[in-house]
Design a protein around this ligand. Structure first.
Ligand code: TXA
Ligand code: MG
Length: 315
């Protein structure tokens, strides 16, 4: 606990002076900087090699600060009350007078905001007088980080400090919902759409084949382990690492278990970590067992399809 406090203070000091710090969240680790500072936000984009047209999510710990920056509507309040803090991101209209750096959202009049659920990050946010812009802590298009070690694996010495909050509990990014005009799901993630539908008493569905990409992170090549990925596999080929969701009697050292017995939450938690381990062991390719397309399985399959760069064949 003492260590945690010292690390939070160290993070604050670095962030206050315009540096980037990696922060833990329940979904994945974020690469954070002061969302009100142009200099600080530009550093995130440089480190991540992220194109500036792809806007970042801004993380808050209280509504008061958010109210200064965004226009909050009734649907937002309904969802906020039931789901925050938690794995959901809202796209809202920015107020005319707001302090958000134009580099966060490429000069647009909307902002993606989120209330992360991680003790250390909440404590840190409470000490700051600005919110934190934080895209996932990985090089653009690569696999997100779910632990401090992963962040180190991605950025090495280029990052000044990683606030270590252990393994991310969910392991997949947040669900993104746009509340500009009609509500719309922009990304599947840690919050089940069913929950959102129940709260808003509507029936939203995620549409993958939207012609116009509203959320640039939804481009088809994303979350890539950097080696080919074969989906819906029932067996392993000689050069492959095989990711399974249920233990097999005759196991093999090339088998990587995402869960013992088809627990999809466990699969989500282990997915990125396992893909990173496999990549670092220098396998030439990965095969993965079929994942049931329900609950968080929908988000897992979304990421796998993008990682396999072939989602357009599965429309
Ligand atoms: O779980 C998460 O959301 C993690 C943790 C760190 O909070 N963050 C994350 O950030 O996944 P990132 O930058 O990797 O993904 C953010 C996504 C991108 O696809 C981006 O295009 C979309 O959010 N986005 C950001 N601002 C937007 C906006 N104003 N309108 C539409 N989409 C937006
Ligand atoms: Mg990302």
């Amino acid at each position: 606990m003492k260590n945690n406090l010292a690390n939070i203070k160290k993070s604050k000091k670095l962030l206050d002076s315009g540096n980037c710090v990696a922060i833990p969240t329940e979904t994945v680790y974020g690469l954070a900087a002061n969302a009100y500072s142009n200099i600080a936000v530009k550093k995130i984009y440089k480190l991540k090699k992220r194109p500036k047209y792809n806007p970042a999510i801004v993380h808050y710990s209280n509504l008061k600060m958010l109210k200064n920056d965004c226009i909050l509507n009734k649907k937002f309040y309904l969802l906020y009350k039931k789901l925050c803090p938690g794995p959901v991101t809202f796209v809202l209209k920015l107020k005319k007078k707001n302090k958000i750096s134009k580099y966060v959202n490429n000069n647009k009049n909307t902002l993606a905001v989120r209330f992360p659920k991680n003790k250390l990050t909440i404590r840190l946010l409470k000490l700051l007088n600005y919110p934190l812009a934080a895209p996932s802590a990985n090089i653009t298009k690569k696999i997100s980080s779910v632990s401090a070690e992963d962040v180190k694996d991605e950025f090495g010495k280029k990052i000044k400090f990683i606030l270590d909050g252990g393994r991310s509990k969910i392991g997949l990014e947040s669900t993104i919902i746009s509340l500009i005009k009609k509500p719309q799901i922009l990304r599947l993630g840690g919050t089940d759409i069913k929950k959102i539908n129940k709260i808003l008493k509507i029936n939203l569905k995620f549409q993958r084949n939207k012609k116009k990409i509203i959320s640039p992170g939804q481009s088809k090549v994303h979350y890539s382990p950097g080696i080919p990925l074969r989906l819906n596999a029932s067996n392993r080929k000689s050069h492959e690492a095989f990711m399974l969701i249920k233990y097999r009697k005759c196991s093999d050292k090339n088998f990587y278990y995402l869960s013992k017995n088809k627990n999809l939450k466990e699969v989500a938690k282990n997915l990125y970590k396992t893909m990173r381990t496999i990549k670092n062991k220098n396998y030439k390719s990965i095969a993965v067992e079929k994942i049931p397309n329900k609950g968080i399985g929908l988000a897992i399959n979304d990421r796998l399809l993008r990682a396999a760069k072939r989602w357009w064949k599965n429309q």
